[in-house]
Design a protein around this ligand. Structure first.
Ligand SMILES: [Zn+2]
Length: 84
């Protein structure tokens, strides 16, 4: 009988792990970080950063999010002088 209880506990643990892995937060769509915050992609280095921690600029009516001011400057420089 105790083996059945152990089996059920293991089953519950597996279920909990799977549930956490596949359904983090409140079933939100799109990429989110641990806190369930929206992630934005840095167009220069391609890394993902939480929106609140990103360096945001507006360019020709488009919002761009960078991981740092440095990446923003590099992105602007690469736009100004595109590689031939
Ligand atoms: Zn970056």
């Amino acid at each position: 009988m105790s083996r059945l209880i152990i089996f059920l506990i293991i089953l519950a643990a597996i279920y909990w792990v799977i549930k956490r892995a596949f359904f983090p937060g409140k079933g939100r769509v799109g990429k989110t970080d641990e806190a369930g915050e929206d992630l934005v992609q840095d167009p220069f280095c391609q890394c993902y950063i939480p929106k609140s921690q990103s360096y945001a600029i507006s360019l020709q009516g488009k919002k761009l999010f960078f991981c740092s001011e440095d990446c923003c400057k590099k992105y602007m420089a690469s736009r100004a002088f595109p590689k031939s």
